[in-house]
Write a protein that binds this ligand. Structure first.
Ligand code: SF4
Length: 295
């Protein structure tokens, strides 16, 4: 039986979680992100009427049209999606807020909005489809483009890039991840975990712009990202920590057995930022590093 015809326990197929047909360029990484969101929503059996899709302006922000036709949604002005999501959260705390934005929307015009959504712990999953370029206005560098990266004419980016993940961690976000649009096996569990996380969750997805920033000297090209896509965390770690977020009270700990048989202790983050809880994650990552399982 074709996977698209399989149903979940709600009797819905993957097609039921899709939206209108994409008008993005053929091969755009953003359509792969859409496919991962559809898969995650199908597997989580999310009721469409309990979801609010939030976006700003840019090729990335068109993504919310391409999944969950019958959910709530708001396409805000450029960079202002975090404020609209904050207000919607205040009006209705019961919905699942799923924001999709781009690097121009997030790291340039909307940077002030983004940082305050993080520090206010707005309850949402914020996906940044990051291609280092303004695709909608024909390929100018954005603030996330790496200094070493060149444009199509061979000119260097003159500035250091803004790292959204580092910034979100610094501001106390409890769930921060980076992935690649071409790695669906990694991206789907991350999106599922981000949706289930209570608080602000960021997934920075490197999502190549195949039209304007996919040449050999770009560090955001499909080939470059594919060849430098190294996992620094484990999917079972992400899934397990999301379960603990869902099932345990703030401040409590749980010992879990990972797939390789090793034990790890997780402490659920409190709603308020608590460095002593965050530090419990770091020794665990250091253990993985010493065992050569993470870069
Ligand atoms: Fe995607 Fe770039 Fe085309 Fe925009 S211009 S749809 S980012 S490939």
């Amino acid at each position: 039986r074709h996977p698209r015809l399989a149903t979940n326990s709600q009797g819905l197929t993957r097609r039921d979680y899709e939206g209108v047909i994409s008008t993005l360029c053929a091969g755009c990484g953003h359509d792969s992100v859409t496919a991962a969101i559809v898969e995650a929503c199908f597997e989580l059996e999310l009721p469409a009427h309990r979801v609010a899709k939030m976006s700003g302006i840019g090729c990335s922000s068109k993504t919310t049209n391409y999944f969950l036709n019958y959910s709530h949604g708001f396409n805000s002005v450029h960079g202002r999606m975090p404020s609209v999501a904050t207000g919607a959260n205040l009006a209705n705390r019961e919905l699942t807020y799923l924001g999709v934005s781009g690097d121009g929307d997030t790291a340039s015009i909307g940077i002030g909005q983004f940082v305050h959504a993080v520090r206010r712990r707005v309850n949402m999953l914020y996906i940044c489809e990051n291609n280092g370029t303004y695709g909608l206005t024909k390929g100018q560098f954005s603030a996330t483009n790496d200094r070493a990266s060149k444009n199509r004419k061979g000119l260097d980016t003159p500035f250091d890039s803004i790292d959204l993940c580092n910034m979100a961690i610094e501001l106390g976000a409890g769930f921060v991840a980076r992935s690649f649009s071409g790695d669906k096996a990694q991206l789907v569990p991350l999106i599922k975990a981000g949706i289930r996380y209570k608080g602000f969750a960021l997934i920075d997805v490197i999502s190549p712009c195949v039209t304007f920033n996919n040449h050999t000297t770009s560090t955001k090209s499909y080939e470059y990202v594919r060849d430098h896509n190294h996992m620094i965390g484990r999917l079972d770690l992400v899934e397990t920590s999301a379960e603990i977020e869902a099932d345990y009270a703030p401040g409590t700990s749980a010992d879990v057995t990972l797939h390789d048989g090793s034990q790890m202790r997780f402490t659920k983050l409190d709603e308020s930022y608590d460095p002593t809880n965050r530090e419990t994650i770091l020794p665990a990552l250091e253990r993985y590093r010493q065992r050569g399982e993470v870069a």
